[in-house]
Design a protein around this ligand. Structure first.
Ligand code: PLP
Length: 424
């Protein structure tokens, strides 16, 4: 199907045929859901051995009784788990509770209100501050900025990460830009892995940015590969060390999509100065994190090999679901001008761009046919996709058969929305 070359007559004929096909789907009263980027029950079961793993032995390697208060920055073996996950030094890791999103919010709150390196460094001292948001991106990052009244500036993603020419120009030009969100590996939702050059240029931003600039490096999918020879992400902290910009990047990760999503362990990796500032804030919120869960995780995933082997189990469950999405898109749209997408090598999402002005209609049509998709625009700051193109597909939860069924509906909805837009 090539819409740009189609005559009005051809378009009208397609519209009639597609509307019939769509009505047949509506009559089936389907109830399918491609919205949730969370693990399936089978994936969660891969970690059920966490339950009871301690067998009454609550002592950490250094003798800490994990049942008691304390240990604001985490057990040494839990720091090691975070270090294995992010490829950094355990000394530079703080271990929190179950959610890295909470840590991201708390670090941003600290930077904004209290200052990570003393009260003079608080962003709020500079009035309205701004953050760069590569788009499409993760909606909850945007919500964090909105909650704190931080203005968001969208920067386009390329196949190699954020458009660094634009990022550097913006950062040089405006000292009130205080940082940038990054999901450097298997970006949510595009699946892009930042290139070595992009990582290098991001590490160097601290040299051209205004004061107290911080990149939030959300490495949520650090080990979530779907292929045998996965791409490697360069270590941003090493690059920062070479540039002398260690304070300008703060890394986050968690075991949410490794073990039990609601009962995992989250990590911050940052320079000593940033960790010191953050701990000052954290110490006012809590006497310490859930160290029993930290030690359960350390025993369940004692080293990098165990971690990577465990992730293979996830990949086995996820691969056929991603294949179902990609096969459907290839079959329907490879020879068409109806949309673009990337084939992710890991992560949780497939990002599909419709023709301009068709995403909202596609999502609405799919909903009315019983297939829930993430709201169009959700991947952009303020929920506004200026071109109304991007749709995030999350295939991890439904069964393979359900993903196939949902993709049949998705394809018809994209075609119908696109043909109608062309006719309008
Ligand atoms: N960061 C990204 C990029 C995500 O996609 C998600 C969940 O979908 C999270 C963070 C949430 O992480 P956590 O469960 O550790 O709060």
């Amino acid at each position: 199907m090539q819409l740009d070359q189609a005559t009005q007559e051809q378009l009208r004929q397609w519209e009639t045929e597609l509307a019939d096909e769509y009505q047949r789907i509506v009559n089936q009263k389907l109830n399918l859901d491609l919205t949730r980027g969370k693990p399936s029950p089978e994936q969660l079961s891969l970690s059920d051995a966490l339950d009871g793993i301690l067998k009454g032995d609550y002592k950490a390697a250094d003798g800490t009784d994990t049942r008691n208060y304390g240990g604001l920055d985490g057990l040494p073996e839990a720091k090691q788990l975070g270090a294995n996950l992010m490829g950094v030094d355990p000394e530079d890791v703080l271990v929190g509770g179950n959610s890295s999103l909470t840590l991201m919010f708390q670090v941003m709150l600290t930077a904004h209100q209290f200052g990570l390196t003393g009260a003079d460094s608080a962003w709020k001292n500079e009035g309205n501050v701004k953050f760069l948001c590569p788009v499409p991106g993760y909606d909850r990052h945007h919500t964090v900025c909105e909650q704190l009244g931080i203005d968001m500036i969208a920067v386009p993603m390329t196949d190699a990460g954020p458009d660094m020419d634009k990022v550097e120009a913006l950062v040089k030009d405006d000292p009130r830009i205080k940082g940038m969100w990054c999901v450097p590996k298997y970006s949510n939702p595009t699946g892009v892995v930042y290139s070595d050059e992009t990582v290098e240029r991001i590490a160097a931003l601290g040299k051209i940015a205004g004061p107290n600039f911080r990149v939030f490096w959300d490495n949520a999918y650090a080990v979530h590969d779907l292929v045998d020879n996965p791409p490697e992400l360069a270590c941003v902290m090493k690059a920062c060390a070479q540039h002398g910009t260690e304070d300008s990047v703060i890394q986050f990760a968690s075991t949410s999509k490794i073990t039990h999503a609601g009962a995992g362990v989250a990590f911050v990796n940052a320079s000593p100065a940033n960790l010191k500032g953050f701990k000052q804030f954290l110490g006012t919120c809590t006497i310490g994190p859930d160290k029993v869960n930290q030690i359960r995780h350390s025993r369940f995933l004692p080293n990098r090999d165990a971690l990577m082997k465990h992730m293979q189990g996830h990949a086995e469950l996820l691969k056929p679901r991603f294949a179902a999405v990609l096969d459907a898109l290839n079959e329907a749209f490879a020879e068409s001008d109806l949309g673009n997408w990337q084939e992710p090598q890991g992560g949780y999402f497939v990002s599909f761009d419709t023709r301009p002005g068709c995403a909202q209609d596609t999502v609405r049509l799919a909903a009315e046919a019983g297939v829930k998709l993430t709201p169009a625009g959700a991947t952009f700051p303020y929920g506004q996709d200026p071109e109304d193109r991007n749709i995030r597909i999350a295939p991890s939860v439904p069964s393979v058969e359900e993903v196939k069924g949902a993709m049949k509906v998705f394809v018809v909805c994209v075609k119908l929305a696109s043909v109608r837009k062309q006719l309008a």
